[in-house]
Design a protein around this ligand. Structure first.
Ligand SMILES: [Ca+2]
Ligand SMILES: [Ca+2]
Ligand SMILES: [Zn+2]
Length: 352
């Protein structure tokens, strides 16, 4: 048989591939590399590839006998949060369950290694929990010392969640995959961040939503929030910035919307709302600079929602104060905020 030649193989779905190798035309033989596709779902992680070599010329066509090759996939079963079994979602400091398996038991598997793909710098360093060493399945955990700086809050999520796993077969061949991508979350707690003193939800949400706003701190002494009346109008945010800690919110129906309720999905919204509220106070507090103020409540007529009435909004909690009620009205009028989901990588938050 003269040239040309074509070698041919089957895909896992039964279709045929053809690879014209023009070197074969000259050499009549060639070494070919073949990268097997991943096993499609539903085939149980195993399939056969049939190879034949065909050739034809002006005189005719010949084909070799079929040579079958069995392809095993190093198969992911799951990488998930251990307590909730949420697939492809893991949380710093919580147990992560993992499992992968070559499907054939007639091939010895050993030398397992699990990791998260290295970055520069390396972001996550999961370690095995049980058993004490890596295996094809088990539990691992990312240490809380891996929590990133606030300005690196978007290292959570899938950005560095690439899972790497490898094993060795009975012929001492290494097999590895790193195409599993999981999203990494943080669990809200009072510490566990490089800032050390603030709750981590405050630490990360402040950076995500208000990265350039200064003089905002967390204070456990505050219920909701507080803005100082004198420069630099420092703001303190309390635990009500997060419904995880406090269910009730003392909100009036004056603005025609319901406060967010506790449903496990809106803590970042509460933080966004409370800080937006305090920032309105910060904007208003310096406003009285000799401008007309008919009712003397220290809100100039131009921005006083009730310019002729002291505490025109009628806030009962401010009845003892001669003037702050209408300031409060302005802050509550702007506080109904919904945070973009992309800003929230908290466990059981908007992207969980
Ligand atoms: Ca006024
Ligand atoms: Ca007024
Ligand atoms: Zn207020």
């Amino acid at each position: 048989m003269q040239d040309p030649s074509i070698d041919t193989w089957t895909n896992p779905d039964g279709t045929w591939n053809e690879d014209v190798d023009w070197d074969i035309l000259q050499e009549k033989h060639a070494d070919e590399d073949y990268t097997a596709p991943l096993v499609p779902d539903g085939l149980g992680g195993i399939y056969s590839v049939d190879f034949i070599v065909e050739g034809w010329d002006y005189h005719g066509h010949e084909a070799s006998e079929v040579a079958s090759l069995t392809v095993y996939e190093l198969l992911y079963y799951y990488v998930r949060d251990g307590a909730t079994d949420e697939a492809d979602k893991i949380v710093v400091g919580r147990d992560i369950e993992y499992s992968a398996m070559p499907v054939s038991d007639d091939v010895q598997k050993d030398g397992w290694r699990w990791a998260m793909a290295d970055g520069v710098p390396d972001k996550w360093h999961p370690e095995p929990v049980a058993p004490a060493d890596w295996d094809h399945h088990g539990t691992m955990k990312i240490p809380v010392t891996d929590m990133p700086l606030a300005s690196h809050w978007n290292r959570f999520g899938p950005a560095y969640g690439h899972i790497y796993v490898r094993c060795i077969d009975g012929d001492e061949n290494w097999h590895e995959r790193e195409d599993k991508v999981v999203s990494v979350f943080f669990q809200e707690d009072p510490t566990h961040n490089p800032g050390a003193t603030d709750p981590n939800w405050f630490y990360y949400w402040k950076a995500a939503l208000f990265p350039n706003v200064q003089n905002v701190t967390y204070s456990s002494a505050r219920v909701y929030g507080f803005a100082a009346f004198a420069p630099p109008y420092a703001i303190e945010i309390g635990d009500s910035g997060n419904l995880h800690y406090q269910a009730a919110y003392n909100h009036t129906a004056l603005f025609g919307y319901a406060r967010p309720t506790v449903d496990g999905k809106n803590r970042i919204d509460l933080f966004y709302s409370v800080l937006t509220h305090e920032l309105q106070h910060r904007a208003d507090f310096p406003s009285l600079d000799g401008a007309p103020d008919a009712d003397g409540d220290r809100l100039p007529d131009a921005i006083d929602p009730f310019p002729g009435v002291i505490n025109g909004a009628g806030y009962g909690e401010y009845a003892a104060s001669p003037w702050v009620g209408d300031w409060e009205f302005r802050a509550r009028a702007v506080e109904n905020k919904v945070a973009p989901a992309a800003k929230d990588w908290s466990f059981r938050g908007k992207q969980w």
